[in-house]
Design a binder for this molecule. Structure first.
Ligand SMILES: [Zn+2]
Length: 307
């Protein structure tokens, strides 16, 4: 056994021990019928965000409407973090990796969740990123700052890489979020030799098409899985709330970096999801995060897969 694998196994068991006492871990759910493969949802935990930290710039009536729609009554906005694993053919493709142990104490469950479901994290062939915010990319490292999946191939949009890899990223962060830029850059440094880049419209892996959904971040991407049982879109943070994102797509998510663009992207995406009857999987929708979108008068409605 090498020193490297010993350290990694120690890190994995430390994660498992820590999470046992908190949330039940493991597979949350698998998607509705999927030809030739399976799409799973695992939980990385939940982001329990004090509202003053996330609604800092929304005031008065809008703030009250927002909180009501988000069902926030006790000062904490709970955002689940769902991570999707697609098993298809010989590939095991993870879409985002959760946040690891250095972002929020209520996150970092993914390695234990995979372990509890007997998914060998070392057998993951590909990691595809929607964007480089902490709850989506920080989890690529273990406790010793080594890659958890050193043999996987990594994929990210060129625009997302270019933004977070530049010195400008730090200067445009709002106060208190500087760590987002520092954290993304330090993860990029670990990935530099084994990451490949794509643009919207590219088929990044067989049957998986990248969709440009920039706005939440400069290079945010979603992924359309073409499937004979019906297409499914992995939407990341293009849609973050089952009511707010669908009934008020013009209201910005607190983490949207370009609000106007994010709102336009949401409307365009909702229109496409509803009219083309595309299944939806998204990071922060209520676990497991599988559902669909229906057009309803001038707005849209989210229908969870299990409802
Ligand atoms: Zn997120």
């Amino acid at each position: 056994m090498t020193m490297r694998s010993t350290r990694r196994q120690f890190a994995a068991s430390a994660v498992a021990a820590m999470t046992l006492a908190t949330l039940p871990t493991g597979l949350v759910a698998s998607s509705p019928p999927f030809a030739g493969g399976k799409l799973h949802s695992f939980s990385d935990g939940s982001m329990n965000l004090p509202i003053d930290s996330v609604f800092y710039d929304i005031f008065d009536d809008d703030r009250q409407k927002f909180l009501k729609a988000a069902q926030v009554s006790d000062g904490i906005w709970r955002r689940p973090v769902n991570v999707n694993l697609l098993e298809i053919g010989e590939r095991k493709i993870l879409f985002d990796v959760g946040s690891g142990l250095n972002f929020l104490p209520t996150l970092g469950e993914l390695p234990a969740a995979l372990d509890a479901a007997d998914v060998d994290i070392g057998a993951i062939t590909d990691v595809v990123f929607t964007h480089a915010h902490p709850d989506h990319i920080w989890g690529i490292l273990d406790d010793f700052d080594d890659l958890l999946m050193p043999d996987a191939a990594y994929h990210i949009s060129q625009a997302e890489w270019n933004f977070w890899d530049s010195d400008d990223a730090l200067t445009v962060m709002i106060p208190g979020r500087e760590s987002f830029a520092v954290g993304a850059k330090s993860r990029f440094d670990k990935l530099r030799d084994q990451i490949s880049f794509f643009q919207g419209g590219d088929e990044i892996l067989s049957g998986i098409e990248a969709v440009d959904t920039a706005g939440h971040t400069p290079g945010h991407a979603s992924f359309l899985i073409h499937n004979s049982a019906g297409p499914v879109l992995i939407a990341g943070d293009a849609l973050t709330h089952p009511v707010i994102s669908l009934q008020h797509p013009e209201w910005h998510d607190p983490a949207d970096m370009d609000r106007g663009k994010a709102a336009l992207t949401r409307k365009r995406l909702l229109d496409r999801l509803a009219s083309d009857k595309i299944g939806l999987a998204a990071t922060h929708l209520p676990a497991p995060g599988f559902g669909r979108v229906e057009a309803n008068q001038s707005v849209w409605r989210y229908i969870a897969a299990d409802s």
